[in-house]
Design a protein around this ligand. Structure first.
Ligand SMILES: Nc1nc2c(ncn2[C@@H]2O[C@H](COP(=O)(O)OP(=O)(O)OP(=O)(O)O)[C@@H](O)[C@H]2O)c(=O)[nH]1
Ligand SMILES: [Mg+2]
Length: 348
């Protein structure tokens, strides 16, 4: 015990800070590849960091990790707040662990920078999984834009896979654009629903229905069971109206109770069926290629905008044009063209 007598809290923090500074990208890469959870967490912190030096390191890390072949399954889970996503993941996680897979759970919550999101609740909803050695849980990165949050999550997926996590679950809040972002980074997109009073299809965003590879009606227990089964039939009927998906998969509808852990095993069996199909028909790899292309384009878009808007002289010009536009002294279109011409000139 003698060796810790001088180590107060500050001392520990100091030692940690010192230790944190020292690790190189190479060392961190090999620790990730060895499956060290703390190294993985640290690497994701680098990905999330805004500091330029950290970003450079993060890029290098990701490149190192990209080279690691993996045969992971990536699943997105969406649904309105309170539908039971985290509880569902807790239940599903156990089934996946039983199938001898390593599970990484990530979240995309663009509101988390403002409200700290619902993510704090996640660890309490996942009390059992948190304790498992083959589970890695990471709350949503905070960020000022969905684009930023999504990019970081995508990079985190690559790091998790390099660390040997071969099942990636991504929880996202079922509001706004975040579903589209998550849909474009997963192989399978699952929509969790609640049974209402026969009005399931009303107010349902068409786009989300189209994206879903499965709709699972949660909280199907007790008094709710009957309604859930009725909703199941309605969703099945509704899904038949959509054109067939290019992956050759017919979206499935089922019911479950995440709380009672019923209907969960069936969802896992469905995933296996899906992955068998898309590996056989080649969709899995073409989809991943397409997703890479999509993210490349997205990133080019983001970087171009960043470069433009962060330039001090552009900021100044922009402000001037803005006031002239507001006063109708110049048309918005002409102003935009002139500003772009100025930007191009500046690049030379
Ligand atoms: N009765 C019942 N309650 C459930 C079930 N699944 C989740 N709940 C409860 O529903 C509430 C919300 O569950 P969460 O798992 O936090 O829901 P969520 O979708 O992750 O919520 P956000 O992260 O806030 O979007 C909790 O009180 C859960 O205990 C279920 O199958 N049956
Ligand atoms: Mg949740």
């Amino acid at each position: 015990m003698g060796n810790i007598k001088n180590t107060g809290e500050k001392g520990v923090a100091k030692v940690r800070a010192h230790r944190k500074k020292k690790i190189s990208v190479k060392e961190l890469t090999s620790k990730i590849l060895a499956g060290e959870k703390s190294a993985l967490a640290r690497a994701i912190t680098l990905v999330e960091s805004k500091a330029e030096e950290d970003q450079k390191k993060a890029n290098q890390l990701i490149e190192n990790c990209l080279a690691v072949p993996n045969n992971s399954i990536r699943i997105g889970i969406t649904g309105v707040p309170g539908v039971g996503k985290s509880t569902f993941i807790e239940a599903l996680g156990k089934t996946i662990l039983a199938a001898k897979k390593k599970v990484a759970i990530l979240a995309v919550d663009p509101s988390s920078s403002i409200s700290k999101g619902s993510i704090l609740g996640d660890k309490t909803r996942m009390q059992e999984l948190v304790k498992e050695s083959n589970v890695f849980i990471r709350p949503s990165p905070s960020g000022d834009s969905l684009g930023g949050v999504a990019r970081k999550t995508r990079e985190s997926i690559i790091l998790c896979e390099a660390a040997g996590y071969n099942c990636i679950l991504i929880e996202t809040v079922g509001v706004g654009q975040s579903e589209i972002a998550v849909h474009s980074m997963v192989d399978f997109f699952l929509l969790l629903k609640l049974a209402g009073a026969g009005d399931e299809l009303q107010g349902m965003k068409r786009g989300i229905m189209e994206m879903a590879d499965a709709i699972v009606i949660n909280k199907a227990e007790g008094d709710n069971l009957k309604r859930a089964l009725k909703a199941e039939v309605e969703f099945e009927r509704a899904l038949q109206l959509y054109p067939p998906k290019e992956n050759g998969w017919l979206p499935k509808v089922s019911t479950c109770s995440a709380l009672d852990q019923t209907g969960i095993e069936e969802v896992w069996v469905m995933f296996l069926e899906y992955f068998k199909l898309v590996h056989e028909n080649g969709f899995w790899s073409t989809n991943r290629e397409k997703q890479n292309q999509y993210w490349f384009r997205q990133t080019v878009d983001d970087l171009l905008k960043q470069h433009f808007y962060l330039s001090p002289s552009i900021k100044e010009e922009l402000a001037q044009y803005m006031s002239r536009v507001s006063q109708n002294k110049i048309s918005p279109f002409r102003a935009a063209e002139e500003l772009l011409a100025y930007y191009k000139q500046e690049l030379k």
